[in-house]
Design a protein around this ligand. Structure first.
Ligand SMILES: Nc1nc2c(ncn2[C@@H]2O[C@H](COP(=O)(O)OP(=O)(O)O)[C@@H](O)[C@H]2O)c(=O)[nH]1
Ligand SMILES: Nc1ncnc2c1ncn2[C@@H]1O[C@H](COP(=O)(O)OP(=O)(O)O)[C@@H](O)[C@H]1O
Length: 207
């Protein structure tokens, strides 16, 4: 059996740049896979079903919840978003790290279930900059942007629940910081001791 991979949870308020930083991270070859989320929100132009999200109806989504097929899910600005469990488990079992990009409520559910996950919060340098990015992206109406800003403030308050906070001042820098965190997590002493249990277990032997 290969060593189980790490579950990496990457969150931050809407518009902070999660998608952009994630794309930068995945430009490099890494030993982690992206878990494609399921959502009931309408598909945006350019988005591909099965790549950006699995776009599903509310009925289909609720059926998955009923069957216990979601690692976590949340309702966010009127739509469901969630992480299908099968892919995550299969990939971790193969020894690969899995990267989840999810909002805060979902991240807190994962923390309950997988306490040894790596929880990384992406934060904007300031709130004016965050609003500017949401406006600049041009995908949401003024009303939706106001809702997202309100939500963003609640989310930033929950930053303290995470293990790491990365400021997204520059995309390249933020991506580099995340990659370094993941690398370092592999060398945490508790993880290494587990990996090298075959050696630790022999310390009392006369070798
Ligand atoms: N809990 C949870 N949140 C998710 C999941 N997938 C995406 N999200 C979050 O849902 C929020 C809204 O996503 P989206 O509609 O794509 O908007 P955007 O991230 O602002 O472009 C973001 O904070 C996403 O990170 C998921 O599987 N579970
Ligand atoms: N470091 C950054 N500096 C300036 N603009 C950024 C930065 N990171 C992301 N953006 C821009 O901010 C907007 C929101 O980014 P996006 O990745 O869609 O955010 P999220 O996935 O967190 O909602 C996009 O237009 C993106 O190009």
């Amino acid at each position: 059996m290969p060593e189980r991979g790490l579950l990496i949870v990457f969150s931050g308020p809407s518009g902070v740049g999660k998608g952009t930083v994630r794309a930068k991270i995945f430009e490099n070859k890494n030993n982690f896979d992206y878990s494609v989320s399921m959502t009931t929100r309408p598909q945006r132009p350019g988005e591909v079903d099965g790549k950006d999200y699995y776009f599903r109806t509310r009925e289909e989504f609720e059926e998955m919840i009923r069957k216990g097929e979601m690692l976590e899910y949340a309702e966010y600005v009127g739509n469901y978003y969630g992480t299908p469990l099968t892919y995550v488990n299969k990939t971790l079992d193969e020894g690969k790290d899995v990267f989840l990009e999810i909002e805060v409520q979902g991240a807190l559910q994962v923390k309950e279930k997988v306490p040894d996950g790596v929880f990384i919060f992406l934060t904007p340098p300031d709130l004016e900059e965050l609003r500017g990015r949401l406006v600049g992206r041009g995908t949401d109406s003024a009303e939706v942007i106001n809702n997202r800003m309100k939500k963003a403030k609640e989310e930033i308050r929950l930053m303290s629940e995470y293990d790491y906070a990365v400021v997204n001042d520059k995309v390249e820098l933020a991506a580099e910081r995340v990659i370094k965190i993941i690398e370092a997590e592999h060398y945490r002493v508790d993880r290494v001791m587990e990996r090298y249990a075959h050696m630790i277990d022999k310390l009392d032997e006369n070798i």
